[in-house]
Design a protein around this ligand. Sequence first.
Ligand code: PXP
Length: 241
Amino acid sequence: MKKKIRLGVNIDHAATLRQVRGGTTPYPDILNIANLAIQGGAEQITIHLREDRRHIQTKDLVILAKKCSVPLNLEMASTDEMVRLARKYKPDWVCMVPEKRQELTTEGGLDVYKGLRKISLQVERLQMIGIEVSMFIEPNPIQIQASFDSGADAVELHTGKWVRLRGRARKYEWNRLINAAEMAHQLGMSVHAGHGLDYQTAKEIKKLPYLQEVNIGHSLICYSLEEGLCSSVRRMKSILR
Ligand code: PXP
């Protein structure tokens, strides 16, 4: 049987474009962006509410939690503030990620092993009200075991390193992803993957055993500019005519 991989579309960078003008423009409308992704086939909408609010804002979470017609996956740091917001707005999923203020994007996976006590309590508080939880981790057995010990429902394997590597190092990282996926599956957790995926690497990642979900953002928002700019310029021309 052909396996079906759920596509989560991460719309953070639509919000990045809005926030470069301080959030003062009505465009892009985040709910509209989510709906367009859904029209295209997105089976989940993913947003990362960062502590510095550089792209997604709390008001975006409020709107999407209420109006998004497919499951909403909230990526967030494992802080008390974020757990409180998640419990208030109740996304379908929470994906716990590491967060550093200075980073350009999520670098590396969450150290679930180190933070196990605190993270386990947070997982319990989220699951208690029906939110499913995944851990965004490096494909490393210690982190897989710790994710299982935390009570998480799924792991999201960080593909960011693999997509950038070449040659033998890439093969090595691919094997780490395979081993991690197999171990997570044997422990009964769902296997998700994400970071840095594009049209090319999507063809490869779908061969990862037990893969149930991918979350893709930056490349899709970039492609949408290349595939959509022609039509928005055409519309502007017709308005000016
Ligand atoms: N999954 C997680 C946990 C992430 O933090 C991100 C980036 O926000 C993604 C997936 C999507 O990565 P990209 O934007 O590179 O496709």
